[in-house]
Design a protein around this ligand. Structure first.
Ligand code: NAD
Ligand code: ZN
Length: 352
């Protein structure tokens, strides 16, 4: 299994990890934000970083594209990187996705370490082996499954992250808590991720990443159980796409938080999920994520978007639902009429 280290002594761990790999040349991939805000933290305190070459690509998911990838390959080639060189991906999910793919393909594969600098990348993107870029207008269209040689997670990397990005990543942690069980779910609802308690956050993250790793270990190529990780995402992607097409995009994790509430409403309706737990989640989401900008007039568009989700079978929308926290049911379908009822209940719960 892939090595994932949780530490707030990142300089020592990074130096040790690199020492064990004994690479021929080290390259650090950043985006224009992490080169300015995070790279100085490592450059000045890691011995192994002194000789590293820095590669900077433009920030933002729109730049997770073939042009940025080509720049990374060209820079590796120009500076004489080879199969025994090491890439350190220092950034959010955009950097770990494209850097992982660049490393997986350059000279048929060089080593790489992920050092996630967003909560979302730490809890989701940097672990699990999916790498890639957007292409032809489609997200993650080109890519490869290739796990990092190691992932080093330190909450100190998030010191400069805006609160919105912290909440966005935290929605994925709540998702993992729901997949895990009652006590994990409650621990997460008892915490506010923007209070910068680095050590508490590190231990919550360790637990949360453990959930994703256990699921991925059982189903590395997404043939079954990995669909559990889709909890909250069928409705969530619909909220995200609708907001985007209305010209008012929302962070992915906000859409996932709303999607989790909708899908727990459906879990309550179809699988008897406990209504008081549902209300605890909706209260937390309401106070930290606010509400999506929708009315009942948006239901047809939202349901249409759910039908376009690639995980559907036949004419019915496919969901991952829960009987209870930790009791996962994949491949549940729901007719449109029930999704409409769930959206009504969602709006009631969110006081909309
Ligand atoms: N591979 C997977 O399994 C997987 C899973 C989920 C998401 N993803 C991918 O991850 C990406 C989203 O990840 P993300 O939310 O981390 O996006 P991101 O990498 O674009 O980071 C979000 C923003 O935060 C900035 N930033 C990063 N670290 C910072 C820091 N410490 N301080 C201040 N600003 C910082 C970035 O420059 C960027 O502007 C998407 O491309 C998505 O497709 C991949
Ligand atoms: Zn997600």
């Amino acid at each position: 299994m892939q090595t994932v280290v949780f530490t707030n002594d990142i300089a020592r761990v990074l130096d040790d990890s690199i020492g064990q790999l004994s690479p021929h040349g080290i390259f650090v991939l950043t985006d224009t934000n992490t080169s300015r805000l995070v790279w100085p933290l490592l450059k000045n305190c890691c011995a192994s970083m002194e000789s590293a070459g820095l590669i900077v690509i433009p920030a933002g998911d729109v730049n997770k594209n073939i042009e940025s990838l080509s720049c990374i390959w060209a820079e590796l080639q120009r500076t004489g990187a080879n199969r025994h060189s090491l890439m350190v991906n220092l950034g959010g999910g955009m950097v770990t996705d494209i850097g992982g793919f660049a490393a997986a393909t350059f000279k048929r594969g060089m080593k790489f370490i992920n050092v996630p600098t967003t909560l979302l990348a730490a809890v989701d993107a940097s672990v699990g082996g999916k790498t890639g870029i957007n292409f032809g207008g489609l997200k993650n269209e080109i890519g490869a499954f290739r796990e990092a040689d190691s992932v080093i997670i330190s909450t100190r990397m998030f010191a400069t992250l805006p609160p919105e990005e912290m909440y966005s990543g935290y929605a994925e942690m709540i998702k993992h808590g729901l997949l895990d069980g009652d006590s994990a779910f409650h621990r997460l609802l008892d915490y506010d991720p923007v209070n910068h308690d680095f050590d508490r956050m590190l231990s919550l993250l360790e637990e949360s990443v453990g959930v994703k790793r256990r699921v991925v270990a059982e189903d590395p190529f997404e043939r079954g159980l990995r669909k559990a990780l889709n909890l909250g995402h069928t409705a969530g992607h619909a909220f995200e796409s609708l907001a985007m097409s209305n010209g008012a995009p929302v962070p992915h994790g906000y859409a996932v938080a709303w999607g989790l509430v909708v899908e727990l409403v459906l879990s309550h309706m179809r699988r008897g999920f406990d209504s008081s737990l549902l209300r605890q989640l909706s209260d937390y989401v309401n106070s930290h994520y606010g509400t999506p900008d929708i009315t009942c007039k948006d239901y047809p568009a939202l349901i249409e978007l759910m039908h376009h989700d690639k995980k559907n079978m036949d004419d019915l929308v496919n969901f991952t639902l829960l009987d209870a926290p930790g009791k996962i049911v994949i491949d549940c379908t729901a007719p449109d009429s029930e999704i409409e009822v769930a959206l009504d209940i969602f709006r009631d719960l969110m006081h909309m």
